[in-house]
Design a protein around this ligand. Structure first.
Ligand code: PTJ
Length: 214
């Protein structure tokens, strides 16, 4: 679909295109479209702009990620479709590991997400293994031994609350991006950024560049 730049809802429509394309590429699950619609509704209510509160959370997240010993960025099907290049840039800057972690189980989709991140510049992308974290029953419990398993700080955009709670119980600090401030992940995380991932990650990159004096 071609959207004229003058369209008042240009950014939102282009983001929809990316998510729909993610499903076509086999990166995003069908359920990801529903999750995206929910996010859009909350974004509409905050005027589709980053709030002052979100800016403060982004500042705090940048500091926590830079202070971490083993930071990991967890990537699901929605995030990979929406901000692949930006996530790779963020991982390189911090530096942090990238690890695929999905809710809707599919080995094929995990591999496609990994390959898509590599296509967008990533050198290494970890996949889940048989290693499990405690206090969780969903597919998200499978993690990589070198990644989320030993991480002290985990960045988990567009998450379900179960894993956020479990990661915290596993003594990790958790940063979430979620447009729904009432979601369990938003409520339980160490730092919650209530903003659209498409705005939050570029702002996080900008903040980290500033912090590093680059
Ligand atoms: O790829 P998978 O299998 O890991 O699945 C990914 C989804 C997102 C489908 C899965 O994690 C899921 O079902 O998530 P939930 O429980 O629907 O939660 C997603 C949260 O992200 C909701 O609270 C939405 O409001 C929020 N959200 C959706 N799109 C955005 C968003 N928050 C920020 N930016 C968005 N673009």
């Amino acid at each position: 679909m071609s959207v004229p730049k003058s369209h008042p809802r240009y950014a939102s429509l282009m983001t929809r295109e990316k998510i729909a394309d993610g499903v076509k590429k086999g990166i995003t699950s069908m359920h990801g479209l529903i999750a995206h619609g929910r996010g859009e509704a909350f974004d509409y209510m905050i005027g589709e702009k980053t709030t002052k509160t979100a800016e403060k959370s982004i500042d705090a997240a940048a500091k926590l990620l830079l202070a971490a010993k083993n930071p990991v960025i967890s990537v699901n099907g929605n995030v990979a479709a929406l901000v692949p290049k930006e996530l790779v840039q963020l991982a390189k800057l911090i530096p942090a590991k990238l690890e695929v972690n999905t809710f809707h189980f599919s080995k094929q989709r995990e591999r496609k997400i990994k390959n898509y991140l590599i296509k967008n510049g990533a050198k290494e992308v970890l996949l889940p293994e048989k290693t499990k974290i405690k206090y969780l029953d969903s597919n998200r419990r499978y993690v990589n031994k070198e990644g989320i398993y030993r991480a002290d700080v985990v960045f988990v955009p567009l998450e379900d609350g179960d894993r956020t709670e479990a990661l915290i119980k596993n003594r990790k600090k958790v940063i979430v991006v979620d447009l729904n401030p009432m979601s369990r992940s938003a409520q339980k995380a160490t730092i919650t950024i209530v903003d659209n991932i498409t705005r939050a990650v570029p702002l996080l990159v900008k903040k980290i560049l500033e912090e590093k004096g680059l």
